[in-house]
Design a protein around this ligand. Structure first.
Ligand code: AMP
Length: 421
């Protein structure tokens, strides 16, 4: 059997791996600027963590989790998203203190058993933030502002926000009731999944992809009008903040996220540059999650997750990907007794921060020059027997086709002046 990567997973190879390095470093710099600290949690957790937090009626829990038993028979699951693990870690390590806001970010692989297609993998990567401990609309606004800053930082200005509110836990019975009343006359025309959702968790009907169900769902009333006064004013304040910051958004009265823990504000970033899988990021408030996970206090929180593969696809479509910085210097390896001298010089230049390559294949000097030319190196340094005796090196400018002979100290000074590190 030919061994290959598993369906829905893929290898990140050079030169694409450079793009990942670039995005990761931009992300870290930006999140640091906003004073978020990185949290790294394990890629697998006990299954119950996700069943309890994401919701047992959601597609993720019902259909998409990579669940397995370990050798002791414990049920474990590869994380399908980041928030549940972050909340678990905060509670486990008692990161929550009164009047203190934890601002955390993560970056890493997530796993969902979905049907692979363009923009949808079974192993994909998300970066996300969580603002833990603030119930104020300004936290929702900061999350959305940071999300916008992320896309702007990568040169993507043409993204769109849709936002909605699903209300607090206090409003949920009213919302459920109103949705059920609106659906009831049509429930017999809906699919079996929707009939089950109707009785178990009516908000989940929004996950349905059956066209005839979608038609019925589109006619359901907007949530914002059904919620209590506190929820309405929270939503109004979030919108006012976004308006003040000139962040454009569209209120989508039917936006629902695929995870049960969201309360109040929810939002998504989308683009028209990707086709079917247009969502680049999503998030919202989750004021009840800590309590559901056993916290004795109510700990309000808000966060988002960005799909890195989709961001890379848009950058690719829009030709916004950076190219890898070129190695500029090739030290020609003459072998024999000259070899150690050139290796020492290579090491010295690398330690000074230059991008230097040194042949490891044992090929001829001519072949090494050919490679240096093909790969776009600007300089080649020659240090053969003759130069070693004279204690010099030859520096060839492969662009200008010129050559000068220098001492090692002169070489260092010359490179310092001609290459910007
Ligand atoms: P979610 O955790 O479902 O809110 O998703 C947040 C973001 O992760 C989405 O907007 C997508 O960009 C990305 N995403 C979710 N599922 C997948 C997947 N199976 N493959 C690639 N990206 C995904």
């Amino acid at each position: 059997m030919k061994l290959q990567s598993v369906r829905g997973t893929y290898d990140i190879l050079p030169p694409e791996s450079f793009i990942w390095e670039w995005i990761e470093s931009k992300t870290r710099n930006l999140f640091n600027c906003f004073n978020y600290k990185e949290i790294k949690t394990p890629v697998f957790e006990v299954t119950e963590l996700f069943n309890r937090t994401i919701g047992d009626c959601t597609d993720i829990v019902l259909k998409e989790m990579y669940t397995f038993q370990d050798k002791k028979g414990r049920s474990l699951t590869l994380r399908p998203e980041g928030t549940a693990s972050v909340v678990r870690a905060c509670l486990q390590h008692k990161l929550i203190q009164q009047n203190y806001i934890n601002k955390l970010f993560y970056f890493g692989p997530m796993f969902r058993y979905e049907r692979p297609q363009a923009g949808r993998q079974r192993q994909f990567h998300q970066t996300g933030i969580e603002i833990i401990g603030s119930s104020f609309p300004c936290a929702d606004i900061e999350a959305i502002l940071l999300l916008k800053a992320f896309f702007n930082e990568l040169g993507l200005d043409d993204i769109k926000f849709r936002i909605n509110t699903t209300g607090s836990r206090a409003s949920r019975p009213m919302l459920n009731q109103a949705l059920k009343e609106a659906l009831e006359p049509n429930i017999n025309n809906m699919c079996n999944d929707c009939i089950l959702r109707f009785s178990r968790n009516v908000l989940r009907v929004y996950d349905c992809k059956v066209p005839s169900c979608k038609k019925i769902i589109q006619k359901l009333p907007a949530f914002a009008g059904i919620l209590n006064a506190d929820d309405q004013s929270h939503f109004d304040e979030v919108k006012a903040g976004l308006d003040a910051l000139k962040i454009e958004y569209k209120v989508d009265p039917h936006l629902v996220r695929g995870l049960d823990y969201y309360t109040r504000t929810i939002f998504e970033v989308y683009t028209d540059k990707l086709g079917a899988c247009d969502a680049l990021a999503g998030g919202g408030r989750y004021d009840g999650l800590f309590e559901e996970m056993g916290s004795s206090e109510i700990i309000p929180a808000v966060g988002f997750a960005i799909g890195i593969e989709r961001v890379i696809n848009v950058l690719k479509n829009m030709k916004l990907l950076p190219s890898q910085p070129r190695h500029e210097i090739m030290v020609i390896n003459f072998g024999g007794s000259a070899y150690l001298h050139s290796l020492k010089l290579t090491n010295r230049l690398r330690c000074s921060g230059y991008l230097v390559d040194f042949d490891l294949s044992g090929r001829s000097v001519k072949a090494q020059f050919r490679t240096a030319g093909r790969e776009g190196f600007r300089f080649a340094i020659v240090m053969g027997e003759e130069e070693i005796i004279k204690q010099t090196v030859k520096l060839k400018d492969l662009f200008q086709q010129t050559e000068i002979e220098l001492t090692e100290e002169q070489l260092v000074r010359f490179l310092h002046e001609s290459i910007k590190k």
